[in-house]
Design a protein around this ligand. Structure first.
Ligand code: PLP
Length: 399
C-alpha cells in the first residue's frame, strides 16, 4: 500500500502524452487529418495511472526473469473482493476467468456460444466494436434500437420481442451504456433477462464502465437480477477504464455456469490467448486491492467536469442538448438543431472548432446529429475545448 491520498491536484495535472504512441494523442493526424485538435475522443483518460499501480509493476520488474507465468489466486480474489465492496455483489471465485481485453471477450463469446448464421442482437446506438464482433465472426447482426427518452436511453422490449426468431441466440449489452452513459435500472435489466430467458438467448453483458457510476445511480451487475438464468449470462468487467490502464490488457470474465465456462475456456485454450501478461496481472491486482480512494476522488473530479459541460452548454450554447451521463466519462451531445449533415458536423468539429470528437454515426443508427465527447481529462483542457467550440459556432454565425 502506498498510503498516498489522491486529491484534485492529481487530476488537474497535465501530463504530455505525445510521443508515447498514444492512440488518442499521437493518432490525431491519422484519424482527424490534423495533429493539433484537442483530443476528446477515444475512451481513455488523460489522468496518470495511479502510482500504487505503477509501483506494483515496477516491483515485479525488479525480478530479472520474465518467463511464462500463471495467474495467482490474487487475480480472482482481488476482483471478487472489489465487486463485493464496490457493487455489493458476492460471487464465487471459480466463476472468474480471464481475457486480455473486453472486446476480445465479447468476440470469443460470440464464437463459443453461437454458430455461423445465428442471429445476435445489439441495441444501437452502441459501442461500435460490437458490430464487428458479430459480423466479423460470420453471425447475423440484428439491430434493435434503444429508445431515447427523458434524457436517457431505455430498452425497446416490444421491438426486441418482435425481432426474435428461432435463430436468435445472443444479445450483447453495454452496461452502463456507451455512448449514452445510461445506468440500467434493476427493473430494466430484469425485463431484458425475462425476454432472453423465455427465448433461450444468451446475454453477453459488457460492464467495463461499471465502476464509473455517478451518485445517486447504482450499477447492477446483470447476474444480480438473473439468479434464475445463470446459464444464460456471460459478464465481463475490467480495471482498464476505471484506472486508465487499457494498455495493460487484463480483463475479467465471469461465467457462473460450469458448462458454459468450459466451452469458453476450451476455445480460449484452442486460440491460445489465455496466458496474459505478468504486468497486466500486477496492475489488475493493485487496482482492485488499493484503488478505492483514487476512484472515489476520480468520481468527484468527473462529477465536476460533467457539471462544467452542462452549465457551459446551458449558458453559452443552449442549442446543444447533453445526455447527462449517469456513468462514465463520455457525454452524448445532440447538435441536430444546427441542421448540418453528419459529414458537415464532423468536419466543423475538426476544422473550425479544432476538436477531435467521435462522430455519433460511428455508433450506428440513432447517432445522426450527435457527437460523443470524452471528459476524462484535466479541467483546463476541457474548458479550452468548450471555449473553442463556442468560438467556432460564433464565428460561423451559428449562435
Ligand atoms: C463498452 C466498451 N467495451 C469495451 C471497451 C474496450 O475494451 P478493451 O480495450 O478491453 O477491449 C470499451 C472502450 O471504450 C467500451 O467502451
Amino acid at each position: 500500500m502506498d498510503g498516498k491520498i489522491y486529491t484534485q491536484k492529481d487530476f488537474d495535472k497535465i501530463t504530455d502524452r505525445t510521443g508515447t504512441e498514444s492512440i488518442k494523442w499521437d493518432g490525431r493526424e491519422r484519424v482527424f487529418g490534423k495533429a493539433d485538435v484537442i483530443p476528446l475522443w477515444v475512451a481513455d483518460m488523460d489522468f496518470e495511472t495511479p502510482e500504487f499501480i505503477r509501483k506494483r509493476i515496477a516491483k515485479r520488474l525488479e525480478h530479472p526473469i520474465l518467463g511464462y507465468t500463471y495467474r495467482s489466486s490474487a487475480f480472482s480474489g482481488s476482483f471478487t473482493s472489489w465487486v463485493q465492496r464496490r457493487h455489493n455483489w458476492t460471487i464465487d471465485p471459480t466463476w472468474v476467468t480471464f481475457m486480455p481485453g473486453v472486446v476480445a471477450a465479447v468476440s470469443v463469446a460470440v464464437l463459443a456460444y453461437t454458430k455461423p448464421e445465428d442471429e445476435v442482437i445489439i441495441q444501437p446506438p452502441v459501442y461500435h466494436p460490437f458490430y464487428f464482433c458479430v459480423e466479423g465472426n460470420g453471425r447475423k447482426l440484428i439491430l434493435n434500437n434503444l429508445i431515447h427518452q427523458d434524457g436517457r436511453f431505455t430498452f425497446d422490449l416490444a421491438g426486441l420481442k418482435r425481432q426474435i426468431t428461432p435463430r436468435t441466440k445472443m444479445l450483447i449489452l453495454s452496461s452502463p451504456h456507451n455512448p449514452g452513459g445510461t445506468v440500467w435500472t434493476p427493473e430494466e435489466l430484469r425485463g431484458l433477462v425475462e425476454v432472453c430467458k423465455e427465448h433461450d438467448i444468451m446475454i453477453v453483458s459488457d460492464e467495463i464502465h461499471s465502476d464509473l457510476v455517478f451518485s445517486p445511480n447504482v450499477h447492477t451487475p446483470i447476474l444480480k437480477v438473473a439468479e434464475d438464468y445463470k446459464q444464460g449470462i456471460f459478464l465481463t468487467m475490467a480495471p482498464s477504464k476505471t484506472f486508465n490502464l487499457a494498455a495493460m490488457s487484463s480483463s475479467i470474465v465471469v461465467i457462473p455456469d460450469e458448462n458454459q465456462r468450459k466451452l469458453y475456456e476450451n476455445l480460449v485454450h484452442t486460440l491460445h490467448i489465455g496466458l496474459g501478461n505478468v504486468f497486466g496481472f500486477e496492475a489488475l491486482e493493485a487496482a482492485y486491492e488499493e484503488g478505492d480512494q483514487w476512484l472515489d476522488q476520480l468520481m468527484v473530479y468527473l462529477t465536476a467536469n460533467r457539471q462544467l459541460i452542462y452549465d457551459f452548454l446551458q449558458k453559452e450554447i443552449p442549442q446543444v442538448e447533453m445526455m447527462v451521463p449517469e456513468a462514465t466519462y463520455m457525454t452524448w451531445l445532440d447538435f441536430s438543431k444546427f441542421g448540418m449533415t453528419q459529414e458537415e458536423l464532423t468536419k466543423f468539429m475538426i476544422e473550425k472548432a479544432g476538436l477531435g470528437l467521435n462522430s455519433g454515426t460511428q455508433f450506428g443508427k440513432g447517432g445522426e446529429g450527435f457527437m460523443r465527447l470524452n471528459f476524462g481529462c484535466p479541467r483546463s483542457i476541457l474548458e479550452l475545448g468548450l471555449i473553442q467550440l463556442k468560438n467556432a459556432l460564433l464565428e460561423n454565425k451559428l449562435i
